[in-house]
Design a protein around this ligand. Structure first.
Ligand code: ZN
Length: 544
């Protein structure tokens, strides 16, 4: 006589492998999937909880392949802040992306890393950890609202050895970074991330990337990279050479070539109108790497907007001290000229850059406004306004750019990326509970299933689910989840395929999605009737 803690009765089950669905039920016991299929005796059960899934799709919990919430998870009340993730069906976060992670901390980076991390969270953190092992133990002891698979950031590793020093690493420094990376992997990190567009990751050359990622070859684990370029820069290159966003794929592939490990090209976006036409060329190059045997995939969010930092437009030389550079008249002129050139070169407009959050509450009214809006209000030139804002609002100010892989309803590049069989899905949001939101925090997975599967027919439902679950778990080597099968962790989403969808808009980005009925993490229902219980701590740290 089977004995389950929870039964999901009579739904349509998608296994996460891309197979056609089967009708049936799922029995859950001790946090694991105990039985799948036609459970004839489920109607006889008394005592255990059951959820009626008639007319519903039952799928593995969605895996957010690119999260920055490792800066929010240490906060005791993070369940409330991260509830929008649960309510869109996410059960696992792959956190620690783009090179910036809260661990490890050393004497050299203990002040710098928290400062860099301020971009990704607003509350003061209680730094009770030094290394990755202590960080993950802290999360475990405190309890997690959802599962977390943690990467260690190269930016934090570099800062641990060199501080903010922009010079190339010498042999000794490379060895020290590599030792710290190995230690983090031994202590539970699932891989190494880089942020090659941000300081201090931007200071690293390829030699450094190969050296730091060497422990992946011994210990296993994935390399994820916020690449050097997402714009099609061709200046200074001969005409036949690939634009910078295309050759950036080679830098990601170089880590596979050196160590034979899985590599993930983070958030494959095409920034600005003049970069969009390189989409086919980039995807062909991506394809040729796969054909050659490079174990590479990418990830994407289903919006033409993406969040980042206000200082993202500044050249590397100004990043060490942006305010000082802007206040120096000669340097300011140089910055203005290069910004204007960049806007023209990449087809970007100040209308596309919307302020999400400002650290100083005196400027709160700017949240939700574009740089162009503010320039108009002030009666100043938009480029000069941008420079003024960097100096006034500070480096931690968050923005969203609405020209990534398209603009408004023009989303040709975005759709081509979403369609690719090696694309995983992600939110890539900075969800802190403050400021203006990135709609991806609320609607990513429902939008994929509603807009791109049901409405546009771009993907089949089994294939979309595979990429949200089984394929993503395989990439991150999370072997005990991502699929519906006996013995695996009971991370499950129950949704209505007829109504699932994103309700957000650019001006109302924080609206809950439609169609998510239940979300179960490690056997515990954390979302019922579409509403999350923010007090539950059903998640776990997923160690390699
Ligand atoms: Zn990134």
């Amino acid at each position: 006589m089977p004995d389950y803690d929870l039964v999901l009765r009579n739904g349509t089950i998608y296994d996460g492998n891309g197979s056609e669905p089967i009708d049936g039920s799922i029995g859950i016991r001790d946090g694991k999937i105990a039985a799948v299929g036609e459970l004839h005796d489920v109607d006889d059960f008394t005592g255990q909880e059951s959820i009626d899934c008639h007319g519903m799709a039952i799928a593995p919990g969605f895996i957010d392949m690119h999260s920055h919430s490792d800066w929010v998870l240490p906060q005791p009340d993070h369940g409330k802040t991260l509830a929008p993730l649960l309510e869109q069906g996410i059960t696992t976060l792959v956190a620690g992306n783009c090179g910036c992670t809260p661990a490890p901390l050393t004497q050299l980076n203990e002040r710098l890393v928290p400062r860099l991390g301020r971009l990704l969270h607003d509350e003061t953190l209680d730094y009770r950890w030094r290394d990755m092992g202590e960080f993950l133990s802290h999360l475990e002891c405190q309890g997690l609202a959802l599962n977390c698979a943690q990467l260690v950031g190269h930016g934090s590793l570099r800062a641990a050895v060199k501080g903010i020093d922009s010079s190339p690493a010498d042999e000794q420094e490379l060895a020290a970074m590599s030792d710290l990376a190995r230690q983090a992997l031994d202590q539970g990190a699932i891989g190494i991330s880089t942020g090659l567009g941000y300081a201090p990751g931007i200071f690293a050359d390829q030699r450094e990337l190969i050296a730091v990622t060497a422990p992946l070859a011994e210990r296993g684990g994935i390399y994820t990279s916020h690449a050097r370029s997402y714009v099609a820069l061709t200046t200074g290159r001969d005409d036949s050479a690939d634009p910078s966003n295309v050759s950036a794929l080679d830098e990601t592939a170089a880590v596979f070539r050196a160590h034979g490990v899985k590599v993930q090209h983070s958030h494959l976006i095409f920034v600005g109108d003049t970069t969009w036409p390189t989409t086919d060329r980039a995807l062909e190059h991506f394809e040729s790497l796969i054909d050659e045997g490079v174990d590479i995939a990418c990830d994407a969010f289903p919006y033409v907007g993406g969040n980042t930092t206000l200082i993202v437009f500044l050249p590397a030389w100004a990043l060490a001290n942006p305010r000082a550079a802007i206040q120096d008249p000669v340097k300011r002129d140089k910055l203005a000229t290069s910004l204007q050139r960049m806007q023209h070169l990449f087809g970007m407009r100040w209308e596309d850059t919307q302020i999400l959050w400002v650290p100083d509450s005196r400027y709160r009214s700017y949240e939700g406004q574009t740089i162009a809006d503010i320039a108009k209000e002030r009666g100043t030139d938009p480029t000069q306004t941008y420079l003024d804002l960097v100096a006034e609002l500070g480096s931690e100010t968050r923005i969203i750019n609405w020209n990534y892989s398209g603009r408004d309803d023009e989303e040709t590049s975005l759709r081509k990326v979403l369609l690719h069989s090696h694309t995983c899905f992600e939110t890539d949001t900075i969800l802190t509970g403050n400021g203006f939101d990135n709609p991806a925090s609320y609607g990513t997975f429902p939008r994929l299933l509603g807009r791109y599967v049901r409405e546009l027919g771009l993907l089949t439902l089994p294939e979309a689910i595979r990429r949200m679950t089984g394929y993503s778990a395989e990439r991150m080597q999370l072997h005990d989840r991502g699929r519906i099968a006996e013995g695996l962790a009971a991370d499950v989403v129950v949704f209505d395929p007829e109504t699932i969808g994103d309700n957000t808009t650019r001006s109302a980005p924080n609206l809950a999605p439609s169609g998510i009925q239940s979300v179960i993490i490690n056997g515990t229902p954390v979302v019922r009737g579409g509403k999350a219980d923010p007090t539950l701590r059903a998640g776990a740290v997923l160690r390699p």
